[in-house]
Design a protein around this ligand. Structure first.
Ligand code: HEM
Length: 202
């Protein structure tokens, strides 16, 4: 979710566009549900772009070649450690023009990456050790993103003088990419939004 919050802080126009779509499709009287997914193309595109923009395990998971192999003219002896450079794949500007920027619209029909390799096809790994949590993760990203956007504004926190506090975009070098922390202000979009949250609070 750090990736989601960072994207919303850095790209307020994306946040507004997603909220407009949610307001138009769902209205403001209820929380979103999985049944709304098909009617929210921009929110879905935002979730795909989240997987691409800040790959959470940039070098995938290391495997070892079980037997001698040749790939694209390179000899790979048995026992070689193999790390997929998922980070580079997700930043390939042939597939994703302007790759460093968070642009959900690239995944919409007619968008610059609409026909490109989708991040779901490689950020979860490959073959028989493919991530078993993929479907669950994609559903959780959708429902968390759409629910938060429906009821909250995510903005930069202000310091005591009222100036926005700069984001901390550092990450810790680790197998799993950990961002931040950054201060932010997450506030209900309206009194009605606040009451929807209170209604489901335990
Ligand atoms: C955005 C979220 C996630 C990403 C990007 C991700 C990515 C990956 C990747 C790249 C692998 C290595 C696949 C390979 O060896 O080729 C993997 C393995 C695995 N993932 Fe995930 N994962 C995510 C979420 C989850 C979740 C939510 C769960 C559990 C509910 C999960 C459980 C596992 C397990 C158990 C493995 C090891 C599978 C094996 O070695 O047989 N992952 N994941």
């Amino acid at each position: 979710m750090m990736n989601f919050v960072l994207a919303m802080l850095k790209y307020p126009d994306v946040q507004r566009r997603a909220q407009d779509e949610i307001d138009n499709v769902i209205g403001k009287d209820r929380l979103p549900s999985f049944e709304d997914k098909e009617q929210l193309p921009y929110v879905n595109a935002l979730c795909v772009e989240l997987l691409r923009w800040q790959v959470i395990n940039p070098l995938g998971v290391t495997h070892v070649a079980a037997e001698d192999d040749v790939y694209c003219g390179f000899r790979i002896p048995a026992g070689t450690m193999i790390m997929p450079n998922t980070w580079a794949m997700a930043r390939d500007d042939d597939l994703y023009p302007d790759p460093l920027n968070f642009k959900p619209e690239r995944w919409l029909p007619g968008g610059s990456s609409f026909n490109s390799l989708r991040p779901e096809e490689y950020v979860f790994g490959y073959g028989r050790r493919l991530c078993p949590g993929q479907v669950w993760a994609e559903h959780m990203i959708f429902i968390a993103a759409v629910s938060l956007l429906a009821v909250f504004n995510i903005e930069k926190a202000l310091d005591l003088k009222g100036n926005p506090i700069p984001l901390n975009e550092d990450h810790k070098p680790a197998i799993v990419r950990l961002l931040g922390p950054s201060k932010c202000a997450i506030t209900p979009r309206s009194e009605k939004a606040a009451s929807l949250v209170r209604d489901i609070a335990p």
